[in-house]
Design a protein around this ligand. Structure first.
Ligand SMILES: *Cc1c(COP(=O)(O)O)cnc(C)c1O
Length: 404
């Protein structure tokens, strides 16, 4: 049985107060909180193992290297990658996407096409625009409908032999929609295009199996799944990672260097120039352990309960509109109160100790589609409770009273 009150004890921050009120943390889609088990690993690393990895003959360096490589294996196992060298440790989703986009600069030709979706985070739009500018390729966009779902028949129409790459997020951070990535991948592969899935928003809720998905690239950030900031991962199929050129030059990524010619290190080091976030990588492994101990099935079903409960309660408020109403969504609710700016609602909620996000959520095209400046976004994690949702609902009612 899932005991949320025991789980909450793992998160020291959840017992602090904000503006004199108990913290209600509903900004999980921006970053998740960190359990003591992960904090302990960070403290332990700097207290006992801190050293640079992969180059030292001394004991500390070897121990740190072992811990770092064990973390890579945990990540490999979690995502069910075939090889541990298919897991590249990066500084996060943004870095991972840019690494792939840069690599495709040397593959794409003029008149090739890249397909992205209308539901993307800016970090999944801008690198492709830059790639198109460099290569002369064209960016095509899968449109969305009023429910905040991708229009799959339009996707079918966009695919052609010109398509070389498809980039879609697994779950939209702004609306919570779960995209039909299985069918997106299958259709892209039929015409020989590669697929990158942005899993930044899915990995806190579900456990993707990259081999079963047969996806070419999959990316995620540790800080949205109970790990620290500044670390994330890129999964790439071995054949693709061998094909792509290195992203950054530096130490660690070379086999041999002379002034005439440098040869690159084998995977994964080819893509890991410089000293990485060693502690972060190890803590990422610990975060994955922590979430797996709770279990992703348990997490998904508990969060779904929270979503249903909050959706029902919030819709009882007159004039409240929810954006993103797909049946297939995770525990993210984007909403507005009629005639009231989301920023004002967020400010009042903060006074009540409730942390939500307001604004365009790095997804301006979605806001333009709905013709709104932004939304208030409450995003729930497995450590949230229904009584916290009650506090949110009361807070929104209060904000409505004060602002209308
Ligand atoms: C958060 C997020 C990103 C960016 O992740 P960073 O950790 O800031 O690099 C990209 N895509 C989606 C869907 C996100 O939710």
């Amino acid at each position: 049985m899932f005991k949320v009150h025991d789980i909450r004890k793992d998160f020291p921050i959840l017992s602090r107060k904000v503006n004199g009120k108990p913290l209600v943390y509903f900004d999980n889609a921006a970053t998740s909180q960190t359990p003591q088990q992960v904090i302990d690993v960070i403290v332990d690393y700097y207290s006992n193992y801190n050293a640079n990895i992969h180059r030292g003959v001394h004991t500390l360096s070897q121990e740190a290297t072992d811990l770092y490589e064990q973390a890579r294996q945990k990540i490999q196992a979690h995502f069910n990658a075939k090889f541990s060298h298919e897991i590249i440790l990066t500084s996060g989703t943004t870095h991972s996407i840019n690494l792939v986009a840069n690599g495709f600069s040397s593959i794409l030709k003029k008149d090739d096409e890249i397909i992205v979706s209308a539901l993307e985070h800016h970090s999944n739009i801008v690198p492709w625009q830059m790639l198109c500018e460099r290569t002369g390729a064209t960016l095509k966009v899968i449109p969305m409908n009023q429910e905040g779902e991708l229009v799959m028949t339009e996707y079918d129409n966009l695919l052609s032999e010109k398509t070389k790459l498809v980039f879609v997020n697994h779950i939209s951070n702004a609306l919570g929609t779960i995209n039909p990535i299985e069918s997106i991948i299958e259709k892209a592969h039929k015409i020989g295009a590669a697929v990158l899935i942005d899993g930044a928003q899915s990995c806190p809720h579900i456990k993707p199996d990259v081999q079963k998905l047969d996806v070419d690239f999959y990316v995620a950030s540790a800080h949205k799944m109970c790990g620290p900031t500044g670390v994330g991962m890129l999964y790439g199929k071995e054949e693709w990672l061998n094909k792509l050129p290195p992203y950054q030059g530096g130490g660690e990524m070379i086999a041999e260097v002379t002034f005439e010619k440098t040869t690159y290190a084998a995977l994964p080091h080819k893509f890991e120039a410089g000293t990485p976030n060693i502690c972060g990588g190890i803590a990422f492994g610990a975060a994955i352990d922590y979430m797996n101990t709770i279990g992703f099935d348990v997490i998904a079903s508990y969060e779904h309960d929270l979503l249903d409960y909050a959706t029902k309660k919030l819709l009882e408020i007159d004039g409240l509109k929810i954006y993103g109403t797909s049946k297939n969504k995770t525990s993210v609710i984007s909403f507005n109160l009629k005639g009231i700016h989301p920023y004002d609602v967020g400010t009042i909620l903060d006074k009540l100790g409730i942390a939500v996000r307001t604004g365009h959520h790095c997804a301006q095209p979605i806001m333009d589609y709905f013709k709104i400046p932004g939304t208030v976004r409450a995003s729930f994690s497995f450590y949230n409770t229904k009584s916290e949702i009650d506090i949110l609902v009361e807070g929104v009612k209060k904000a409505k009273m004060m602002l209308s």
